[in-house]
Design a binder for this molecule. Structure first.
Ligand code: ITT
Length: 206
């Protein structure tokens, strides 16, 4: 019997969004840290789906070694920002762009700089998110969500994380860093991918 979801992420911004979206599943949602798992995972897949599966399987293996695999679905998200006029960069390398430890203030300033002189209509971009779920019996599911937007001309807003301050959502007239958590979750790539995953989970757990 599945009783909890262990989410394989070390990103505190993600776990907050994920816990809010999965709150109505009737399952306990804990981060891998809360589950006592600490593992360095090499995300060497070439797609978001592959990387999400790599993270989920690695954490599932650790839980199995700890004897805690039986009642947990392990889920992970891999996501990124794709900027059209930069041929989809930074894409699956979004977290590693300019180095994992470089601040997002610097990364965001760099991307804005690379788009200097690019007019509004060509500043199109999207956040993409793949979610993977690995079940105790070895079954695996994936889902994907997207949000379309444009790269702004300066950082705006202080909510969210990562590239949110430069990702402008035309429908709101604001960046995702200027949206409340509830507004972002309703329209975001992660929100969409998790809603799709919830539909698949409900079908399986019926
Ligand atoms: P985990 O692997 O531990 O989950 P991570 O931050 O390394 O955390 P990813 O490998 O999925 O996560 O990298 C995704 C990067 O894409 C993330 O660090 C941000 O830079 C960016 N990103 C993804 N979703 C975002 C969002 O909702 N808002 C802003 N930036 C986002």
């Amino acid at each position: 019997m599945v009783k909890k979801i262990v989410f394989a992420t070390g990103n505190a911004g993600k776990i907050r969004e994920i816990q809010a979206i999965l709150a109505d599943m009737g399952l306990e949602v804990v981060s891998m840290k809360e589950a006592g798992v600490s593992v360095d995972i090499e995300e060497n897949g070439s797609t978001y789906e592959e990387n999400a599966l790599i993270k989920s399987r690695a954490v599932a293996d650790c839980l199995a070694k700890m004897g805690q695999r039986e009642d947990a679905v392990v889920m992970a998200d891999d996501s990124g920002l794709e900027i059209d006029c930069l041929n989809g960069e930074p894409g699956v390398f979004s977290a590693r762009y300019m180095g994992e430890d470089t601040s997002y203030h610097i990364k965001n300033a760099n991307l804005i700089g690379r788009l200097e002189g690019v007019e509004d209509a060509r500043r199109t971009a999207r956040f993409v998110c793949a979610i993977a779920a690995v079940f105790p019996d070895g079954r695996e599911l994936t889902s994907r969500g997207v949000i379309e937007g444009r790269i702004g001309y300066e950082e705006k807003g202080s909510n969210g994380f990562g590239y949110d301050p430069i990702f402008y959502v035309p429908a709101f007239g604001r960046t995702t860093a200027e949206l409340s958590e509830e507004e972002k979750n309703r329209v975001s790539h992660r929100g969409n991918a998790l809603q799709e995953m919830k539909r698949q989970l409900r079908r399986i757990m019926e």
